[in-house]
Structures are given as structure tokens and as C-alpha cells.
Unconditional design. Structure first.
Length: 76
């Protein structure tokens, strides 16, 4: 009645429909994607030369200079 091509088309169509409606594991995949994005963000922020760590080092160096300046003013 149906040709081989038609049977294959029906089987593929039904398989795709079942795959699309299957919601198992979706939450785990979403959490995995969120974890990957957060990890990538952290790597970019902390490993770039103009990133967070460089700005933090610059602020602490300025703070140390200011503290040394105050100390020399007090002792004079």
C-alpha cells in the first residue's frame, strides 16, 4: 500500500514529533548552559589584563600610596 519512501517519511515525522514533545532532561540542559555561561563570564572577567583583577590591583596600589603619604605627614 505505502511505498518505502512514504513509510520512511512517516517514521521520521513521528520520531521528530515525539522528540519535540519529550520534555525530559530539558531542565538539566538549561542548568548546564547557565553554568557554562557563568564559567565563561568568570574566566573573561578574571583573566583579561584590563579586567576586574587589574582594576582591583590598581585601586589597592593607589590606596597603599595614600596610606604611605598620610604616615609621612603624621611623622613630620
Amino acid at each position: 500500500m505505502f511505498g518505502l519512501t512514504t513509510k520512511a517519511f512517516i517514521a521520521v515525522t513521528e520520531g521528530l514529533r515525539r522528540f519535540k514533545e519529550d520534555k525530559r532532561g530539558v531542565t538539566a540542559i538549561e542548568y548546564g548552559l547557565i553554568a557554562v555561561l557563568i564559567a565563561a563570564f568568570i574566566i573573561v572577567v578574571f583573566n583579561s589584563n584590563e579586567g576586574f583583577i587589574a582594576a582591583l590591583k590598581e585601586k589597592f596600589a593607589g590606596l597603599a600610596t595614600d596610606i604611605k603619604g598620610v604616615k609621612t605627614q603624621i611623622t613630620k
